[in-house]
Design a protein around this ligand. Structure first.
Ligand code: BT5
Length: 238
């Protein structure tokens, strides 16, 4: 076994939990870095800003406890890149919608939620639709691996591949963050496109030019350059 492996050194499996992120926060200080919490279903799965994340049986809902020593907005990209690589292992091409979504065929298949406590830990939460039904209220906006492939997918194998890729990307992040950012730019499908970014009450529309080294998005708005640190991106309907 590779002794330098970090993510997935210990896996805590739960039948049901409120949220794997919440569970991970409760144990973060007592467990070694790389511990992963995975649940068959979540009763209160969450997205950003307290939004609901549908987490029925059949999907992959997990949180990895990382201790990188400091908060860093780029940590969320580890999740997105690992999901894209995992999907590719199953023949599904996907792309990252900065900062935290993975999309396939113009639909959301995965979301990443990072939450931290100062320099103590960062929880990297990942939701990936595998064989689970997509709730009606999400309509055409979401997809699953099963829907893309037209057959059920062995979820244990998906978990194994995802943990493998998370471990690889976490190590790349620590040793060569420039390589992480280079791959992120390749995988971010919004670059070059006109996007609308909403953060709270503020909305700005412009052309996404680049993801900068610190993880922020460079936007061209009416001939001016703007750096966006955080927000919800939607592609402008054409
Ligand atoms: C996210 O938030 O995309 C981050 C989702 C993180 C979920 C994981 S599951 C394991 C861990 N434990 C948790 O409690 N959370 C993490 P955001 O960008 O805010 O997107 C939320 C929006 O995605 C919702 O408002 C819905 O529109 C949509 N959505 C909800 N459930 C979905 C699903 N299963 N598949 C696709 N889209 C979904």
């Amino acid at each position: 076994m590779d002794s330098s492996k970090v993510v997935g050194i210990r896996i805590i499996r739960l039948e049901e939990v409120d949220s794997t992120n919440e569970y991970a926060k409760r144990i973060a200080l007592e467990v070694p870095e790389g511990t992963v919490v995975v649940a068959r279903r979540q009763s209160s799965g969450r997205g950003r800003l307290g939004r609901r994340w549908a987490s029925p049986d059949g999907g992959l809902w997990l949180s990895a406890i990382l201790k990188p020593g400091k908060p860093d907005p780029r940590l969320v990209f580890i999740g997105g890149l690992a999901v894209v690589d995992t999907l590719l292992d199953f023949g599904i091409p996907g792309g990252i919608k900065w900062p935290n979504d993975v999309w396939v065929s113009n639909k959301k298949i995965s979301g990443v939620l990072t939450e931290g406590k100062g320099s103590e830990y960062v929880i990297l939460g990942i939701g990936l639709n595998v064989n689970n039904p997509i709730p009606q209220e999400l309509g055409e906006s979401a997809t699953s691996m099963m829907m893309e492939l037209g057959k059920t997918v062995p979820i244990e194998r998906v978990l194994e591949r995802l943990l493998f890729h998370l471990d690889v990307w976490y190590r790349i992040y620590r040793e060569r963050p420039d390589l992480l950012m280079a791959r992120l730019r390749e995988r971010t499908f919004i670059l070059g496109r006109t996007v609308r970014i909403t953060e709270g009450e503020t909305t700005v529309t412009g052309r996404a030019l680049d993801v900068l080294d610190d993880g922020s998005l460079l936007l061209e708005v009416g001939g001016e350059l703007k750096r966006i640190l955080y927000g919800d991106v939607s592609l402008r309907p054409v």
